[in-house]
Design a protein around this ligand. Structure first.
Ligand SMILES: Cc1cc2nc3c(=O)[nH]c(=O)nc-3n(C[C@H](O)[C@H](O)[C@H](O)COP(=O)(O)OP(=O)(O)OC[C@H]3O[C@@H](n4cnc5c(N)ncnc54)[C@H](O)[C@@H]3O)c2cc1C
Length: 408
């Protein structure tokens, strides 16, 4: 598909959030395009080969319990893939199937490098972008049009009345955490833990971070015959919390229990990594400080320490339009930028009342909310979105997001 010159809505990112939001928008009578610099589900295709979804899939849609990993009410990864715990590759295949099933317009290989609200665009540029573009039922865009956005992309400019940013997190791993971060390897750059182990002359590894990615890597490396030390500031493997975003998933705890009995896994909690440095004999020295009493301790490993320290939201050219508050992107009740009306956020960076919508089953409940906000402003029939409500995928009442109420 070629890049359209003007649309009602441009969705940036063809991952779970972008495809899911576009599918909700496609129920309404408006023109929408999804742009991705790589391919549909690109991030999932980069997951380590051993990694599986921690949230299970089950084709329970017909009883109003939509498959936890589905991004639309009528699809189910469990049904499409015949998998309960899909791999990244498999899930990307599911997303491609969703694009086909809902006949979504997706243009891949298009890097969005700039998003400018029209009110900030000089008149001469608007005329240039607008030349020959049909907007608002055939009216050529000119300097009198003062809402919407111009997206600069690697394939040219696109005008969109609304933009949904769904750039994910995977391409911006959290870095620069301590001296020597650059000597480490981030878990997101490893495509297979078995290959990573095989490429090393020794079988001794150290992982910084003991949450989902860290334990996932540790289990895969132990399974590959390696010895692994996991360091963490807290004790995530012992923490219990009713919110799955705050505690290890049952699937992870099961796998951890399987390898914990072996003498090849050492979980060290309550330590802050302060510094990593290279020793004269080419090893890596990791110095930690105990959170409780400040005592320092040194771990020396022959292999590059693995960082499983998480991600930042990939906001790219829209970063300036999404202010941060208490470490989270600040959003209106309909996931719109509070400073730039018409620009929405979809995906794991969505946070309300301190609750992160970081799993697919959480952030998908906001696809219809964004679609409704856009549809209302364009004056189209919103009836087709009711199916999202029937299938538990339409969360408008954010009072359920009080942290203390998520225990049920
Ligand atoms: C390692 C890991 C494991 C996870 N496991 C689970 C799990 O088991 N269950 C679960 O529910 N959630 C899980 N998550 C949570 C995560 O939120 C989702 O898996 C999912 O990746 C988020 O979807 P997304 O569409 O927001 O981002 P992505 O899938 O990363 O999609 C973002 C897309 O945007 C594109 N893009 C970015 N910037 C631009 C640009 N400037 N121009 C054009 N395109 C751009 C990228 O190419 C990419 O295709 C996991 C996350 C990680 C990192």
């Amino acid at each position: 598909m070629t890049l359209p010159s003007a649309v009602d809505v441009a969705v940036v990112g063809a991952g779970a959030a972008g495809v899911g939001t576009a599918a909700a928008l496609s129920r309404l009578d408006l023109e929408c395009v999804v742009l991705d610099r790589e391919e549909v589900g690109a991030t999932f295709r980069k997951w380590p080969a051993e990694m599986r979804f921690i949230t299970p899939s089950f084709p329970s849609n017909s009883f109003g319990l939509t498959d936890l990993n589905a991004v639309t009410p009528r699809t189910s990864p469990a049904y499409t893939l015949e998998r309960q715990q899909p791999s990244g590759e498999e899930y990307a295949d599911y997303l491609e199937a969703v694009v086909d099933f809902h006949d979504l317009s997706v243009v891949t290989g298009v890097d969005v490098t700039g998003v400018t609200p029209l009110e900030e665009t000089p008149d001469e540029d608007i005329e240039e972008v607008g030349a020959g573009h049909a907007v608002d039922g055939g009216t050529a865009l000119d300097a009198s049009v003062r809402d919407g956005f111009v997206l600069e992309t690697s394939a040219g400019s696109v005008y969109a009345r609304f933009v949904v940013w769904a750039g994910g997190q995977f391409s911006t791993p959290r870095g620069d955490l301590f001296d020597g971060t650059d000597l480490c390897v981030h878990s997101s750059s490893v495509r297979s833990w078995a290959d990573h182990a095989a490429a090393s002359s020794t079988r001794e590894f150290l992982i910084v971070g003991g949450y989902e990615s860290g334990i996932d890597a540790a289990v895969a490396l132990v399974d590959a015959g390696c010895s692994v030390t996991v360091l963490d500031r807290g004790l995530p493997w012992a923490r219990r919390d009713p919110d799955p975003s705050e505690t290890l998933a049952p699937y992870t705890l099961e796998r951890l229990a399987r390898v914990e009995g072996s003498d090849r896994l050492d979980l060290v909690g309550g330590v802050d990594v302060e510094r990593v440095r290279r020793t004269d004999d080419g090893c890596f020295e990791v110095r930690t400080r105990a959170v409780s009493d400040g005592e320092t301790r040194t771990f020396t490993v022959p292999t590059q320490p693995v960082l499983a320290t998480g991600f930042e939201p990939t906001l790219g050219p829209v970063a300036e339009y999404f202010p941060f508050e208490d470490g989270h992107v600040s959003l209106t009740d309909v996931d719109e930028s509070p400073t730039t009306p018409g620009l929405f956020l979809s995906g794991p960076a969505v946070t309300h009342n301190g609750v992160q919508f970081c799993f697919i089953y959480k952030f998908r409940t906001r696809f219809a909310v964004v679609a409704k906000a856009v549809g209302e402003r364009l004056g189209v029939d919103l009836g087709p979105l009711e199916e999202y409500r029937e299938q538990g995928m339409f969360l408008e009442d954010l009072s359920c997001c009080e942290p203390d109420m998520c225990g049920c």
